[in-house]
Design a protein. Sequence first.
Length: 361
Amino acid sequence: MTEDILFDRKGGVATVTLSRPQALNAFTLGMYRAFDPKLRAWAENPAVHAVVIRGAGDRAFCAGGDVRAVYEAGRGISGERDLTVVFFREEYELIRRVHRFPKPYLAIIDGITMGGGAGVSVNGACRVATERTLLAMPETSIGLFPDVGATRFLNRCPGHLGRYLGLTGARIGAADALYCGFATHFVPRDRLPILTVALETAAWRAGDEANQVETVLAEFTHETEPAPLRARQEPIDRCFAPETAEAILDALAAEAAAGGPHAEWAAQTRTTLLAKSPTSLKTTLRQLIVGRDYDLDAALILEYRLTQHVMDGHDFYEGVRAVVVDKDQMPRWRPASLAEVDDAMVDSYFAPIGAQELRFE
C-alpha cells in the first residue's frame, strides 16, 4: 500500500485512485506492486462486482510510467539497476491482468492519458472519456516506442491511424478516442460523480454485471462532436501506408507539395516526424507491421523484448534527459538520421533475449 495509489470499496464497486497529481499520476513500480494484488483479490471476491479506476487532481488520469526512475536506474544514478528489467515486466503483467479481469473494469480517462495510463485503461473493458480527455502515445519523442499493449490497440484503429498516432505521438480528444476504439463511452465531466454513485448503489446480480454496467453507462453517455481524425482518414491512410519510414516522409512531402486541404497538415506532420528518434521511428513501424494481428499476450511479449534492447541503447536515455530531466527539448539522437539506421540495426531490437523473455503464468 502506498499513498500514491488509493483503494476503497463502496457497495459492490472497488475503486482505484492514482494519487500523484504533481506527477500527473504517473505510475511508479510501487504503485504497480500495490495494484496487482488488489486486482487478484477483487477477481476472487464475490462482494466486488466492478472496478473503477481514476486519477486524482484536475489535469490527468495518468501520464504514463515513471520514466525518470527508469532513466536514473539505467544511468546508475539511483543504484537500482534492475529497475530497467523489473519495471516493464511488472507493468506488463498488471496490464495483462487488467485485460483479463473477469468483472467490469471502468477507467475514467478524464484529462491527460499517455503511455502507462493508456495501458491500464485502453486494455480494460470500459473506457469513459470526457471533454477533457487528451490521449497520446508519445514514446518516439523519448527514444522509446509505443508499448503497454499498443502493438495490439494501435493496430485496431481504422486504416493506418495506428501508425500515424504511434509514429507522431499526436494528441487526440474524446471524439477521436472513441473513433479509434480507445474509449468506449463519453460522459461529461460534471456527470462523473453521479455516474459513480449510480454504480456504487446498484443492486448487483452475480453473473450479469457487464449488462448492468452497460445499462448504467447508457444513462450517462452523450454524443460527441464529429471525430477530426475521421475527416483526415484518407490522407493519413495514403501517407502512412508505406512500410518504410523514408517512404512515409516522401508521401507526406508529396501530399504537402500537391496543395489542397491537407497540405499544411502533411508538412507539419513531416516536420514532427523528423524531430523524433530515427531509431524509434524505424523500430515502431516494424513493431506495428510485425504485430499487425497480435493478441495482447503476444504484443506484451514483443514489447518487453524491445524494451530490454532499448535499455541497452542510447536514445531512451537521451530522450528522457532532453524532455524530462534537463527539459531543453534538444535531444541528440544517435544515430542522428534515418539513413544511418539500417535494417540490421532494426533487426537487433527484435532479437530474442533468451531467459529474459517475458513469460506469463
